[in-house]
Ligand binder design. Structure first.
Ligand code: HEM
Length: 380
């Protein structure tokens, strides 16, 4: 019940219609309250559910979240049965669903390639932000569509190089492929679309353009689809950060805390494990429902506020917008660099009204339309 709204929103691709509806219903809010109720009723032990014959355990204790993430990938594997089913058509070689030594190799490649210093992030963002700023000054408002167009140009340049800047087809195809992956169990493989996507991607990667991630050594082809796609979440987080007056890397982190773009973190145990005195069997699927831990008013006085200062102090082990432990998002620093550069570049010339506390528990980014006033600083 808690998971249903999250699944409908599109674990793999966010669907505009469903997002608008869940904002109306404040779906995450209902799920958070359900989790609070379960915790109050059953205490800190993981809540056990039986779903289609699987042993599923939802964590409710923040310390348990810290342990689960720290003890990955052994005995808590990242590549769970559900993740494999959802992604196998689309990213058979992605690190997300890799195991054993191929996981180690791919993980290492990701960590090395995704360092922000590998790409001139600031210069690329500034370029595209200037163009967007001019557009916003002429219309008087910033819409999601205008933002997304600029964002994807930034992403294509960072990942594949300047010559991929205008290849909207590539990222549109990727989106269409992922929409089908949402219903991984039902959809036949979309071969033509995938071939076209792969062809274009290979062309871009073949150039190995200097100043882009494509110039990094190693077999990137299996990883890049996930990189491109994961930047979708980074754009959403950045736009939401603008809406709360967020600045710098803490602005991005707060936006991702308040509205986690990976609301569900999953692990599967490779052996029986003990929790608060109870043994849970091997192959238990562990679920961390991040919105509950990030927005729990019983525990966090700042639950529904923009509170960048929390990132200055030792953090609650269950505030995990980028996950944690050995499985932490390897793109985290790149996302923080890109998102905060965009916040800074846009805020230099434009001022936007801020959402105030209590911040809504669901925020439909597709519907964001922000009135903008020039700050008086000239665009170069
Ligand atoms: C706001 C933006 C993003 C957020 C909030 C985010 C969050 C996450 C989270 C929570 C996980 C871990 C899931 C788990 O523990 O099972 C993850 C994994 C991953 N992320 Fe990100 N991510 C973002 C953007 C990106 C970007 C832009 C890239 C690449 C350019 C990226 C690359 C990866 C990869 C490769 C993994 C898999 C790691 C593994 O399985 O070892 N992420 N991300």
């Amino acid at each position: 019940m808690v998971l249903l709204p999250t699944l409908a929103k599109g674990v793999i691709v966010r669907r505009p219609g469903v997002m608008a509806l869940s904002e109306k219903l404040q779906a995450d809010g209902t799920a958070i309250d359900t989790m609070r109720h379960l915790r109050d009723r059953y205490g800190p032990e993981p809540v056990r559910l039986r779903i289609t014959g699987r042993s599923v355990a939802m964590l409710v204790d923040p310390a348990d979240v810290g342990r689960l993430l720290a003890e990955s990938p052994e005995p808590f594997a990242l590549a769970t049965k559900e993740k494999k089913a959802a992604l196998k058509h689309f990213q058979p070689h992605g690190v997300l669903i890799s195991e054993g030594t191929s996981r180690e190799r791919r993980r290492e490649l990701n960590e090395r390639a995704l360092r922000p210093e590998n790409v001139p992030v600031d210069a690329i963002v500034r370029d595209e932000a200037d163009l967007l700023t001019r557009h916003v000054m002429s219309t008087g408002e910033l819409t999601w569509d205008a933002f997304a167009q600029a964002w994807w140009r930034v992403v294509r340049r960072i990942v594949l190089g300047d010559r991929a800047r205008d290849d909207e087809q590539l990222t549109d195809d990727l989106k269409a492929l992922r929409e089908n992956a949402n219903w991984a169990f039902l959809h036949p493989k979309q071969r033509d679309l995938r071939e076209r996507f792969q062809r274009r991607l290979d062309e871009h990667l073949g150039r190995a353009e200097e100043g882009s991630l494509a110039a990094q050594p190693g077999d990137l082809a299996g990883q890049v689809p996930h990189w491109l796609f994961a930047f979708d979440a980074a754009g959403i987080v950045t736009m939401r950060a603008l809406a709360i007056g967020g600045r710098g890397t803490y602005g991005i982190l707060e936006s991702a805390r308040l509205w986690p773009t990976t609301p569900v973190i999953l692990r599967e145990s490779t052996k029986p494990t003990r929790w608060h005195g109870t043994w849970l069997p091997e192959n238990t699927e562990f679920v961390v429902f991040a919105p509950f831990f990030h927005r729990d008013p019983d525990r966090l006085p700042y639950a529904d506020e923009y509170a960048p200062e929390i990132w200055d102090r030792p953090l609650d082990p269950a505030i995990v917008p980028f996950s944690g432990g050995p499985g932490v998002c390897p793109g985290r620093d790149l996302v923080l660099a890109t998102g905060s550069a965009m916040l800074d570049a846009l805020s230099e010339h434009l001022a936007f009204p801020k959402l105030t506390a209590p911040l809504p528990r669901t925020l439909n980014h597709f519907g964001l339309r922000m009135h903008a006033t020039p700050t008086g600083t000239r665009v170069s």
